[in-house]
Ligand binder design. Structure first.
Ligand code: BEZ
Ligand code: FE
Length: 289
């Protein structure tokens, strides 16, 4: 006998169909999606007009995506989902440097020698960055590949203004020396708003949130036998540390961008006027054998 269809029975019916999914992982994902989606709809009880609006929102999000813009990732970022996925996949114990969101502004960087200036065509006060790459057991990681990228002193990345700059700037790849040490010069970045002229921006508006990220420098560090580390170092004292639009800040990643006026830099360079220095050591966990 066919049972009467009800608001409750529809979930069981759809779940039964998904139960035929052959691949066990795909079955788990499909079933969880159905359970949570149905629970969401039961809780919210959308009107027809609201449901149409939801479909319109998702359509607009897809239409905003292009080779240079990934609106779904932005949406995942501002809802804290990117950070949650990062926690799930990249928590490598308390002695490893914490990871954080990758962001949309990475492109493969030009190579530099340890100690060189990666600012390219960016303006802004000089920033000297140095530190060490070790494994979590404290051993140096000679030759570790360190990719660096950051915004300019107004808050824009090079890839957002390539027509004006003419070349990649404020990004570079260097390699740690025999003791795992790295150093480079660049131009100090600044807090900036994430792209907020699309659906993700509308969500921020509706929730009464600003689109800013606190000042930071991105790092991606890779070495054989160790887990890749994608992270950022945030400027102590930044006004957005407690309200990062993408929930990327972790207190272990905050450091002072130490101010200086003239004098001699750690690499012996004579300085004129204002400049800053930042020190950060990275510890990478071993890959699971
Ligand atoms: C970034 O830090 O570059 C970033 C991260 C998430 C969304 C937008 C920008
Ligand atoms: Fe960034």
């Amino acid at each position: 006998m066919i049972e009467e269809e009800t608001e409750e029975s529809i979930t069981a019916e759809v779940l039964a169909k998904a139960g035929n999914t052959a691949d066990p992982r795909m079955r788990q994902i499909n079933e969880a999606a159905i359970r949570h989606l149905h629970a969401f709809v039961r809780e919210v009880r959308p009107t027809d007009a609201e449901w149409e609006r939801a479909i319109g929102f998702l359509t607009e999000t897809g239409q905003m995506c292009s080779e240079n813009r990934q609106e779904y990732i932005l949406l995942s970022d501002i809802m804290g989902v990117s950070t949650l996925v990062d926690f799930i996949n990249h928590h490598h114990g308390d002695s490893a440097t914490e990871s954080t969101v990758f962001g949309p502004f990475y492109v493969p960087p030009p190579e530099f020698e340890n100690g060189e200036d990666i600012r390219g065509k960016l303006d802004g006060p000089p920033l000297y960055v140095e530190g060490r790459v070790t494994s979590t057991d404290g051993k140096p990681v000679p030759g570790a590949t360190i990719d660096i990228w950051h915004s300019d002193h107004v808050g824009f990345y090079d890839v957002q203004q390539l027509d004006k700059l003419g070349e990649l700037s404020g990004r570079g790849r260097i390699h740690a020396d025999d003791e795992g040490r790295y150093r480079f010069w660049t131009a100090r970045p600044k807090a900036y708003p994430i792209p907020n002229d699309g659906p993700a921006g509308k969500v921020l508006d509706v929730q009464g949130r600003h689109p800013f990220r606190p000042e930071h420098v991105h790092f991606m560090i890779q070495a054989e036998g160790l887990n890749k580390l994608v992270t950022q170092v945030y400027a102590q004292g930044d006004e957005y540390l407690d309200s990062d639009a993408v929930f990327g800040v972790k207190s272990s990643l905050i450091r002072e961008y130490e101010p200086h006026d003239g004098g001699t830099a750690p690499d012996g360079k004579t300085m004129d006027g204002k400049w800053y220095s930042l020190a950060f050591d990275f510890a990478l966990s071993p890959e699971a054998g």
